[in-house]
Design a protein around this ligand. Structure first.
Ligand code: FE2
Length: 424
């Protein structure tokens, strides 16, 4: 007797009419038509069943703090950082935990079951670190939360930051973070990369830096990050987040840089909702888009994910934890409109970030965890177009979220009674 049997499902790789059998929290079989007894059967009715959405870049310590103590008037990264600095002394662990848990509810309801969150360690109390370690343990049954020790004010620029960072790693934070472009000089930025990479290498930890989140084409810390990755033998374990300066870099320089990044097996996270609102703020017209060179990096074989980065915080006033909205924006900003590119945008919020987080047992194949999302769409491109309703979210074989299908009733003479925005 199976625990769960899903029938007549379309899969992201294009297979149609598939059954998925689940026992003891794992997928045991994926085949065109499985006939077996099961505790629960779900007829997917030709809809898409996907592995869960994954967000490789988020700030859970700041989320849902919009308006506290005021909103970001200029919309710039620097005002956001200043605003966060004003809010920090007033944070309490209890309120931070409450906001983070509320965001996790939103995320799970959108089929987002794994998040890598940066946590600001520039606070000798390590209040946010302790709060998010608590949240990580609390949400573990339904959401994988990975934490990055993030020196928001610069590991060299902010007094005591290195000590706070190592203390937070000792407490169990999973990944080493950084922010080289916020250090006082280019030289200090490069020195911070070398220092943090050495620390991560010593401890055997992955690295994920906010890197070159600026419109300055001369911000080239990704070059140092790539070089150190190669030198220390950390290929595949290092992520450059944002990399927005690459948008504005000289094409000749980039033609050297991207192959070096591919050689060092760098991971890249672009954050389209944030990059399109924060970058280009000093431009008049034409205004730069600011997002890094996503299709060119993918073309070169670099693993690229789209992250959400922010939801209702000092940097971004919108968002719901919907990774389809993130991918939809990424698709538009990068002009990734071919069929293959749109499919790649869906992968950028599922498989690609799962690789960055190093999630074990991710995917739809025998032996994988039975973590699945049933979408109100027949394929990944339709899911992106409609930001499809998550009809069911399944964690370890158990349905943890259900949402009614989205449909509208029409009262128009001679026209159908309902629409659901899907091509028939
Ligand atoms: Fe970020």
């Amino acid at each position: 007797m199976l625990d769960l049997l899903i029938t007549n499902a379309n899969l992201p790789d294009g297979r149609k009419g598939q059954s998925i059998a689940v026992s003891a929290e794992k997928i045991t079989e994926v085949a065109p038509s499985i006939k077996a007894e099961a505790e629960q059967t779900i007829d997917a009715a030709g809809m898409l069943v996907s592995p869960p959405f994954v967000d490789a870049h988020f700030h859970m310590d700041a989320t849902l703090s919009y308006g506290m103590p005021r909103v970001n008037e200029s919309g710039t990264l620097l005002e956001g950082i200043a605003l966060w600095g004003e809010l920090k002394p007033h944070l309490t662990q209890e309120a931070l935990v409450e906001r983070a848990l509320a965001y996790c509810d939103w995320a799970v309801a959108k089929g987002l079951l794994a998040i890598r969150s940066h946590v600001d360690i520039c606070d000798p109390r390590l209040l946010a670190v302790e709060a998010l370690l608590h949240v990580k343990a609390k949400v573990k049954p339904y959401l994988d939360l990975q934490l990055v020790a993030f020196p928001q004010d610069g590991v060299l620029r902010s007094p005591g930051a290195l000590e706070n960072l190592t203390r937070s790693l000792d407490l169990g934070v999973d990944v080493v973070g950084g922010i080289p472009h916020f250090e006082r000089t280019m030289a200090d930025g490069a020195a911070s990369v070398k220092l943090l990479m050495a620390l991560a290498s010593e401890r055997g930890l992955p690295v994920d830096m906010h890197c070159d989140e600026t419109d300055d084409p001369m911000s080239r810390h990704i070059e140092t990050l790539t070089f150190e990755t190669q030198r220390l033998g950390m290929q595949g374990r290092v992520t450059g987040s944002h990399l927005t300066s690459m948008h504005s870099m000289d094409n000749y320089y980039v033609s050297k840089l991207i192959p070096l990044m591919a050689e060092a097996r760098m991971n890249v996270v672009a954050n389209p909702l944030i990059n399109i609102t924060i970058q280009g703020r000093h431009d008049t017209y034409p205004k730069r888009r600011g997002m890094t060179r996503v299709p060119e990096l993918m073309q070169a074989g670099v693993n690229v994910a789209f992250g959400h980065d922010c939801v209702m915080d000092p940097w971004y006033s919108l968002g719901t934890g919907d990774m389809l909205e993130v991918a939809h924006m990424g698709l538009h900003v990068a002009q990734m409109t071919s069929q293959a590119q749109m499919k790649a945008c869906f992968d950028a919020v599922t498989e690609n970030p799962a690789n960055i987080l190093g999630l074990q047992g991710y995917g739809i194949a025998p032996g994988c965890n039975a973590d699945l999302v049933l979408l109100q769409a027949t394929d990944p491109i339709e899911a992106l177009r409609t930001r499809a309703t998550r009809l069911a979210v399944i964690r370890r074989g158990r349905v943890i979220v259900q949402t009614p299908p989205t449909t509208a009733k029409l009262a128009l003479a001679g026209r159908p009674e309902t629409v659901d925005w899907r091509m028939k």
